[in-house]
Ligand binder design. Sequence first.
Ligand SMILES: [Fe+2]
Length: 382
Amino acid sequence: MSEFITPKKIIYGENSLALSGKYIAELGKKALIVTGKIVVTLDIFKQLTDMLDSEGIKYAVFTGITGEPTDTMINEGVEVYKKEDCDFLIGIGGGSPLDSMKAIGALVTGGGKISDYMGKVIETPLPPMAAIPTTAGTGSEATQFTVITDSEKDIKMLLKGTVLIPDIAVVDGELTKSSPKGITASTALDALTHAVEAYTSKKAQPLTDPYCISAVQKIFKYLPRAYKNGDDIEARNGLAIAALQAGICINNSSVTIVHGMSRPIGALFHVAHGTSNAMLLEKCMAFAVDGAYDKFAELGRAIGTAKASDDDKTAAEKFIAALGDICRICEIPTLEEYGIDKDKFFEVMDKMATDALASGSPSNTIKEVTKEDILDLYKSLW
Ligand SMILES: [Fe+2]
């Protein structure tokens, strides 16, 4: 048996934000808008508040998500939610405000500390939530996951539960136009990682496969364009849909080894999520490829890098090479170029491998992954 879950309502395409008012009005009377300090200065934030005003929806604004979310930021958000007497949540911004919205919601109804929920399935229903992504990447608008850093233990906690899926996702490429070059690249490469991992995961299933293939095709087609020209609205729209599709893919078929190994790099060296995925993508998929030559080959043919006449092994290897190429087009740095201290990295590598395995993601990889394999892959990044 497989399960296929998505947000209750997805509003997408041109002018979605302005037209989402009547649906958002059904969620409650006063929203806590969860966001960061930059988004509130942008025109899209004014579009949101104008829409809420015209619908007569009250709101308070929490701008405390200043980077990838930590337990401390979440506690502050919960306090504001309670003090302002809110009854639903709107997350607007990149993956961080969206993930934070979910964690705030979980604590508002479930109580306790966010670290209490690690390793458990969150089941207490959350306040209603609307997710409005302004980057095309994490797919958080469509997923039952949130990733929050435990600042005491330096661990990125992956928390899950179907109650974390937003009621409404508003997806419009226009909203991502302010996303700078580097963020456009790292978020889209996060989405690419989602699609490739879900397609080749042990939990891959017939309903997610078409979304995965479509997301991979769109990202290869549109990311180089959006990276070169952020005003290319066709490319922005293509990436926004791809990120949503890829989010639906991981929601149902899971991420695998890249995400497992990426979170510890993010937690200990503060590399942005999409960038640490991209640093790992080609190497990890080259490791996994002999577990599923046929599936990697299909992706190679789908993006046109492999010919129909190529055998599966050749086509799969061409796809892996294309993964490396797109990361290089987007100027993804190596660990060394990023400025990470090699000695420090080797010192904590054992903890990183343990944390990666403990997250459970590597075990969804199509072939067995041992701690030794993970250590070898970390070493191969240098
Ligand atoms: Fe991700």
